[in-house]
Design a protein around this ligand. Structure first.
Ligand SMILES: Nc1ncnc2c1ncn2[C@@H]1O[C@H](COP(=O)(O)OP(=O)(O)O)[C@@H](O)[C@H]1O
Ligand SMILES: [Mg+2]
Length: 245
């Protein structure tokens, strides 16, 4: 981590400063949510009112209100993603069966995948050791990766989800056959607020990385334009395994 070479007290001062700024930013995002929901609610009422009129003026107003509503939704989405990012660093860890967490996620995500022409092919490894997980945060990881995969395949496609043990760690792979990424894109995907999408928050993958690293895990990515993308998450087992595997 950057700052590892600093003297201990300087490092602690910077960490305390960082925690303060993070708390401030989180508080700000939270505070903005309330007025934003009042604005959204009133916009909805105005839209209902104006939708009943059929003059050219009503139609002009309706168009502007709908565009305001879209921007409010976008702002709400960014705030939600930001708050998720802020919470990502504090997992509440308990020994879990990763396959069970994946199964529960698939149950929840399957209808969304079906509606978007995405076929999901799970291959869950047998006899996985337990991993220390915050199941709620980890579902967020799976969702962020699945949504990206879905958005990379606007005309539908295949998502493979695999779990296995490799070199004493528990691995999860999510592979899509979507648009893939070039080198330049790959070098920036974990930067906060960096996105190639017109309405992307650019917080999905930074949140994935933050959650996984808070679990002492690693995220690897392999991608090629036109071929697809593979994300691999590797986690330490809850109880260290003997070196025979
Ligand atoms: N599975 C994927 N296939 C192709 N590109 C991807 C994939 N996942 C992420 N990306 C690229 O990484 C960028 C950052 O992703 P993310 O942090 O989730 O933000 P967002 O989805 O809001 O753009 C995306 O804008 C996209 O360019
Ligand atoms: Mg995303």
């Amino acid at each position: 981590m950057a700052g590892d070479s600093l003297p201990k007290d300087e490092r602690e001062r910077l960490l305390a400063q960082f925690a303060e700024i993070a708390a401030l930013a989180g508080g700000l995002a939270h505070e903005i949510k309330n007025p934003l929901s009042t604005i959204s609610l009133n916009l909805e009422l105005l839209i209902e009112d104006v939708s009943e009129g059929d003059s050219a003026r009503d139609r002009r107003i309706l168009k502007k209100l709908l565009s305001l509503q879209q921007e409010c939704r976008r702002m709400g989405g960014i705030l939600e993603d930001f708050l998720k990012f802020a919470r990502a660093g504090q997992p509440d860890l308990t020994p879990c069966d990763l396959n069970q967490v994946v199964r529960e996620f698939l149950e929840f995500y399957q209808p969304e995948a079906n509606a978007n022409g995405i076929e999901i092919s799970p291959h869950l490894g047998a006899d996985l050791p337990e991993v220390n997980l915050d199941a709620g945060l980890f579902r967020q990881v799976l969702l962020n990766l699945a949504i990206n995969a879905q958005q990379a395949m606007p005309r539908g496609g295949l998502v493979e989800i695999q779990t296995r043990v490799r070199e004493g760690r528990v691995e999860l792979e999510m592979i899509d056959n979507g648009c893939g990424m070039d080198e330049k894109t790959l070098s920036r995907i974990f930067e906060v607020f960096w996105s190639t999408k017109s309405s992307g928050s650019g917080l999905g993958l930074p949140t994935v990385k933050r959650i996984v690293e808070a679990h002492e895990g690693r995220v690897l990515v392999d991608s090629a334009p036109g071929r697809g993308t593979q994300f691999t998450i590797s986690l330490p087992p809850a109880v260290k395994m003997p070196n025979v595997l």
